[in-house]
Design a protein around this ligand. Structure first.
Ligand code: F3S
Length: 405
């Protein structure tokens, strides 16, 4: 891979140990993926996880004197104070790792946004912008819906990019690698955000390859939340960093552009019965629940408003957790939604992930409802039996303490 004189200097330590270390990792990645050069980035998002490996890596860079050239936004962690007050004392191991993680990311110069939907607020790229994003819903959203360019970075490679301000140019940064190869014929009416969850989970079960898919036959543009759900599930049950929806997403105005005039390598058909089969397989049977959890990925203000509308003047029968960014929580407070949800007995908690050190321990082994397949899947290891339903149905279930349909 060609490196400029300045980049060679970075690699050989002229800008400090952390830059050299990051460049070594990035140069290695570039060689593995056949990059010819490094290119500058304008944004980064690091999928901080407040877990051991994540902390080890960021502290290592901090101890080398690392400082981000491009201040990345970061994923959620835990609002320890809120959970201590309203759920249960977070165990000391959890408190320690969270506070050390926060300190390390502050020192390295990250923006402590603690939010997994940076593309909706705070870190929104433009079409064609070259960036380094990690996080499952973020990569497909910025690539597919906006037309920015990022590979599926790990949290470590995104942090290296934030330190050097560069990425190796390969994969989804290149025009030719952004063209579709898989023709996905959607023969089902995709009518709401939940259908996007199911479609996103379904496609990788039918076709597992890494090629870029183009979905054909979807008539209406999804809401931002529909796109968010779609990408989150595509990148949880599979590994899709970029998709096109022909006639809707910016790089696929028609089939010819989506496939660069070439024949698709493969055709995949998805029918309503495939989505129904996914629903049957992952959504769980009706039954009583102990709590409800929403916000994986973090909810938008529109979704928070939907929950407030449904629970206004009513009372939840079980604990309800609504996870979102601190900005959205503040907006929800201004707009009265926080008050409505609190009066119904629910919580809005900012900065917090469903998959973090043991803050959710009182719920291990219990039953719950969510609207997110990703939330259900990640919590299988904690033996939480999540039933998955569309947001409205799930909120209704939390009001009566039971999933009836
Ligand atoms: Fe966000 Fe954590 Fe889910 S980062 S998408 S709440 S697993």
């Amino acid at each position: 891979m060609y490196l400029t004189k300045e980049q060679l200097g970075m690699l050989h330590g002229e800008e400090g140990e952390a830059v050299a270390y990051s460049m070594r990792i990035q140069e290695g990645l570039g060689r593995v993926f056949g990059a010819k050069r490094m290119v500058p980035i304008t944004r980064a998002h690091v999928a901080l996880s407040a877990q051991d490996a994540d902390l080890w890596f960021v502290e290592k860079l901090v101890n080398m004197g690392g400082r981000c050239r491009i201040a990345p936004t970061v994923n959620p962690s835990i609002d320890i104070d809120y959970l201590n007050r309203h759920l249960a004392e977070v165990p000391d191991t959890g408190k320690e790792i969270v506070s050390k993680t926060n300190v390390a990311y502050r020192k390295i110069g990250a923006q402590l946004t603690f939010d997994c939907t940076p593309y909706l607020q705070q870190n929104v790229p433009a079409y064609g912008e070259v960036i380094a994003f990690s996080e499952s819903s973020a990569t497909p959203y910025v690539n597919s819906v906006i037309g920015a360019r990022t590979n599926r970075e790990s949290s470590q490679s995104a942090l290296c990019a934030a330190i050097t301000g560069l990425v190796p140019e390969y994969g989804l940064l290149l025009d030719e690698k952004r063209k579709a190869e898989i023709f996905v014929d959607v023969r089902a009416d995709i009518k709401d955000d939940f259908d996007y969850q199911l479609l996103g989970w379904c496609y990788p079960l039918i076709y597992k390859g890494p090629e870029v898919p183009a979905f054909v036959g979807i008539a209406e543009r999804a809401t931002p939340e529909g796109f968010m759900n779609f990408g989150a599930q595509l990148n949880t049950s599979g590994a899709t960093g970029l998709y096109h929806i022909v006639g809707i997403t910016p790089e696929a105005p028609d089939i010819k552009h989506a496939f660069a005039g070439k024949e698709p390598k493969k055709k995949v058909i998805i029918e309503r019965r495939d989505l129904d089969a996914v629903r049957e397989r992952i959504c769980g049977k009706p039954g009583r629940i102990d709590f409800a959890m929403f916000g994986c990925p973090h909810l938008s203000i529109r979704q928070v408003a939907d929950i407030a509308r449904i629970c206004r003047g009513r009372r939840f029968s079980v604990d309800v957790w609504v996870l979102t960014s601190s900005l959205t929580k503040e907006l929800a407070a201004r707009m009265g939604f926080l008050d409505i949800i609190n009066r119904a007995g629910g919580h809005i908690v900012a900065d917090t992930c469903i998959d973090v050190p043991p803050c959710w321990w009182p719920y291990y082994g219990k039953s719950a409802v969510t609207d997110s397949p990703k939330c259900a899947y990640y919590n299988e290891i904690r033996k939480i039996d999540f039933k998955i339903r569309p947001l409205e149905q799930a909120v209704e279930a939390a009001l009566i303490g039971e999933v009836r349909i």
